[in-house]
Design a protein around this ligand. Sequence first.
Ligand code: ADP
Ligand code: MG
Length: 256
Amino acid sequence: MADNQPVIEIRNLHKRYGDLEVLKGVDITAPRGHVISLIGSSGSGKSTLLRCANLLEDSQQGDILFEGEPVKWKGQGLARRPADAKQIMRIRTNLSMVFQQFNLWSHMTILENVMECPVTVLGRDKAEVEQKARMYLDKVGIGDKCDAWPAQLSGGQQQRAAIARALCMEPKALLFDEPTSALDPELEQEVVRVIKALAEEGRTMIIVTHDMKMAYDVSDHVVFLHQGLIEEQGTPDQVFKAPKSERLQQFLSHTT
Ligand code: ADP
Ligand code: MG
C-alpha cells in the first residue's frame, strides 16, 4: 500500500431511505493524517454519510474505498449490500466511531468499556489490552476513573472515555459524530482539547460538528453538506473566511 493512499475514499455515494434520497452523489477523501470536518444544517446527511462510510448503513450507488481497497458489493440499488464479511469487519474495526451520546455500556466500568471490543471483537490478549486501555485513559485525562461506572462521570469525562475506547481499537481513522453537542460549554472544551491533541499527533479523522471554532482550528479540509450534496469545500480559511456559496454564507451567519 502506498504511503499516500487515503484511508477512506468515498466516490459518488448515493443513499436513500425509501423515497427520501439523503445522499445524492457525495465524494469525500480522508488522506492519512488529515482531519476532515463535515458541517451543514440538521438533516443535510452528515450522520448518514459517516454511517455509510463504516458500513453501519447500506448505500445504493457509488464506491467506498478503505486504504485503496473498494468495498465489494452484492445486489443492486436498494438490495445492494457489502458482500465480504471479512472486509466488513476490517472496515468497521478500523474506522472507530465516537457518538454524540457517548454510548458507554452502563453495566461495565470505564476500564471494561475501553477493553471490551479489542478483547471480544479483535481477540487481543487481555493483559496487553488492559495496559493499552489504561494508557489511552491517561491520555484523555481520566486515568483515575478506570474503576468508575459511566453514570459516575460527567458528560465530558464520559465522552473522553468513549474516545479512549475508540483509540483502544487502534483504528486507521476516527469518525466523530457531533462529539461535543451533548455537552455543556465548559465540558465541551475538555473534549475539544483531546480532539486537538489527536489532530496534532497526525490521526486521520472525519469530524461532524456544529463547533465551527473547533472545525477551523483542527481541520485540513472542511466540507459543507447541503441537502445531500457537497455545496462547498476547501481549507478552513476558504470555507470560514471566504465562503462563496450563498447557502454556506447563510449557514455560517446562523452559527456564532
Ligand atoms: P444530519 O446528521 O446532517 O443531521 P442525517 O444524516 O441524520 O442528517 O439525516 C439526513 C436525512 O435522513 C434526514 O432527513 C433524516 O430525517 C433522514 N434519516 C436519517 N436516518 C433515517 C432512518 N433511519 N430512516 C429514515 N430516514 C432517516
Ligand atoms: Mg447528525
